[in-house]
Write a protein that binds this ligand. Structure first.
Ligand code: NAI
Ligand code: 13P
Length: 329
């Protein structure tokens, strides 16, 4: 029997629902913590979270609630910008000494903080883990094969937790580089915006592939400067998720980028009810982080400029292509 029998997933969106389903498939008694009792009642009655993952039936061992109670493992699955607010309303006792799995992919506006840093600020006695990798919520929830990285500081605990969350279609690989995994997860959304924009502006598949490769190199500079390992990027949270998000129309960040590439402005896209695209908030934070670290990050800067409406795609592409030639390494 695992020491991790009960799991509480906080956040009733697409990803929280999918992770609750994955946890249930792994055999854990799982609660999905949503914002209101009415929402919880609706999900429990319909046995589906229609607002988040329409048509996806939930396993019997997923129960929705609006009232977080003790669980062996807590998974946070709200947008990166909401994590601090969420934790500020939480009873710290529910998290003390417990594994808390951070699954949002983004950097915090204002503080430039990674999700682990927010957790350390708000619940210093919790044991932080980071889960990231190529995994669309709809795929995970439907039981299509998915592999992700689960990073934590204690190797044995991380392996035990990975085993507790693993199911027939969900395969977490244990790792130890939380910084590398978090930076990779946050930055892939920024590059997905860029790739969507390249495709929206019909700049060609060659340009998109070049962007993925140069984005990977830029990501490696960022991870190394932050004390993470560039080797992490060869894995699921790096290459895996970068490839998925930069090449899939299903990605919300890619879709947002497509709209930018077609000439729409950020406010206009947001105003017309776009789905969550974490890269939009993360791009300026990543640009500020790169500056503070002295890291050359022309692609992040380009995305930041386009998202902020300070430059159009043609101008940033011309700027990138006319930079002084350099050696690849
Ligand atoms: N959807 C996907 O395929 C994947 C998403 N992620 C990450 O998961 C995070 C969440 O994304 P999604 O669930 O897809 O977004 P979503 O937009 O489907 O859902 C977000 C949910 O968070 C809730 N929420 C927002 N602020 C809250 C607060 N202060 N307290 C409680 N609940 C709050 C909202 O009510 C909503 O239910 C993002 O960082 C995303 O990058 C990671 C992997 C896959
Ligand atoms: O992170 C994801 C897949 O790994 C989901 O990407 P989007 O948020 O761009 O849809």
């Amino acid at each position: 029997m695992s020491v991790f029998e009960t799991v509480a997933v906080i956040g009733g969106g697409a990803w929280g629902t999918a992770l609750a389903q994955a946890s249930a498939m792994a055999g854990r008694a799982t609660t999905l913590v949503v914002r209101t009792p009415e929402q919880a009642d609706r999900i429990n009655a319909a046995r589906t979270n229609e607002a988040a993952l329409p048509g996806q039936a939930l396993l019997p061992n997923v129960t929705a609630t609006s009232d977080p109670s003790e669980a062996d493992v807590v998974v946070l699955a709200v947008p990166a910008q909401a994590t601090r607010t969420l934790l500020s309303g939480f009873d710290p006792q529910l998290l003390a000494g417990r594994p808390v799995v951070l699954s949002a992919k983004g950097l915090e506006t204002g503080t430039l903080a990674r999700q682990s840093e927010i957790l350390a600020d708000m619940a210093p006695d919790a044991i932080g883990f980071v889960l990231s990798g190529p995994s669309f919520a709809a795929d995970v929830a439907a039981g299509r094969p998915t592999a992700v990285t689960l990073a934590g500081d204690d190797a044995n605990l991380t392996s035990d937790l990975a085993a507790a969350l693993a199911g027939p279609s969900f395969r977490p690989y244990a790792a130890d580089d939380r910084v590398g995994v978090e930076i990779a997860g946050a930055l892939k959304n920024v590059y997905a915006l860029a790739c969507g924009a390249v495709d929206g502006a019909q700049l060609g598949a060659s340009a998109r592939a070049a962007l993925i490769a140069r984005g990977y190199a830029e990501m490696a500079r960022m991870v190394t400067a932050m004390g993470g390992s560039a080797h992490t990027l060869t894995g699921l949270a790096g290459l895996g998720d970068l490839t998925l998000t930069c090449t899939s129309v299903q990605s919300r960040n890619y879709q947002f980028g497509m709209a930018l590439g077609a000439g729409r402005r950020t406010e206009d896209i947001l105003g017309s009810g776009a789905k969550l695209a974490e890269g939009v908030a993360t791009a300026p934070v990543a640009a500020a982080l790169a500056r503070s670290l002295g890291v050359d990050a022309p692609l992040i800067d380009a995305v930041d400029a386009v998202v902020a409406g300070k430059a159009d795609i043609a101008t940033v592409v011309a700027g990138l292509m006319s930079r002084p030639l350099k050696r690849e390494a």
